[in-house]
Design a protein around this ligand. Structure first.
Ligand SMILES: NC(=O)c1ccc[n+]([C@@H]2O[C@H](COP(=O)([O-])OP(=O)(O)OC[C@H]3O[C@@H](n4cnc5c(N)ncnc54)[C@H](OP(=O)(O)O)[C@@H]3O)[C@@H](O)[C@H]2O)c1
Length: 232
């Protein structure tokens, strides 16, 4: 299994512009053009809860990608999923959905895991819109699990390619656990002075090998791919 990290940062190493969580306000179109196919080429995407909340409005749950969000409160999100589903069921728009050829919700609770996870299967654009924040089987899961344990479990499950999209806590934990194989780093030609850093503050010295580098546009956005060679 390969584990890759992908981030975009300013020249001074900030993952966010000051306190702003929405990176789409400053990342280049060319970085997004690189990022989308990279996402689609991985079996599982892992992110922290804050990263999920930042990207949630742009999540395309119709794409068959398995996303796992780490949070110490997975139940909060699954309860929200149930509320959304109940609300949707009583909505006149959805009660008419069968007549429009839309399927009904298929809701189940997975009690096999320590954190109960509610899954809802959706098949129509309307349902997808309503369930944007919900857990959707094989698409979106909320888990309270150490990131290193999660990655090792995915390996045992036979998953081939895992992509970590942040944030710093998860990246730092996996680095300490020597579980990262590749780092994709886009550098946007900007200086922010203040913002979220790539890693938590702890002493490490890991040598990287440059595998690939590319100028993504004329204004100077650079894509770097490094291998870490630290996997056990
Ligand atoms: N420029 C980029 O490429 C890039 C990439 C990623 C993120 N970002 C930005 O960076 C910011 C997020 O940074 P962040 O430091 O807050 O990181 P984050 O990892 O997205 O969120 C941290 C949260 O994730 C949960 N979490 C992380 N590890 C966990 C674990 N092992 N077990 C259980 N829960 C775990 C916790 O959520 P709970 O509090 O719910 O327990 C924790 O508070 C966002 O604004 C995002 O937009 C930018």
């Amino acid at each position: 299994m390969t584990v890759s990290v992908v981030v975009v940062m300013s020249v001074d190493g900030k993952l966010t512009r000051h306190d702003e969580s929405d990176i789409h306000k400053w990342v280049s179109d060319e970085d997004q053009e690189f990022f989308r196919p990279l996402l689609a080429s991985h079996d599982v995407i892992i992110m922290g809860r804050n990263t999920y909340e930042a990207v949630q409005p742009n999540l395309r749950l119709d794409q068959p990608i398995r996303r796992i969000v780490l949070t110490s409160h997975p139940q909060q999100f699954t309860e929200q999923a149930l509320l959304d589903i109940r609300k949707a069921r009583s909505s006149p728009d959805l009660s008419n959905s069968a007549a429009n050829g839309f399927s009904s919700f298929d809701v189940s609770t997975d009690t096999s895991s320590s954190d109960k996870t509610v899954f809802a299967r959706v098949n129509s654009p309307l349902e997808r819109t309503i369930l944007r924040k919900s857990s959707i089987k094989d698409r979106l899961e909320f888990r309270n699990e150490k990131s290193t344990d999660l990655v090792k479990r995915l390996k045992r499950e036979g998953i081939k390619k895992v992509l970590i999209v942040g944030g710093p806590r998860i990246i730092s934990e996996l680095l300490k656990g020597k579980l990262i194989d590749f780092l994709y780093l886009t550098i946007e030609p900007r200086l922010f002075g203040q913002g979220v850093l790539l890693l938590d503050s702890f002493p490490i010295d890991i040598e990287l090998n440059l595998v690939e580098h590319k100028e993504l546009n004329k204004k100077g956005t650079i894509l770097l791919k490094y291998s870490l060679k630290q996997t056990q």
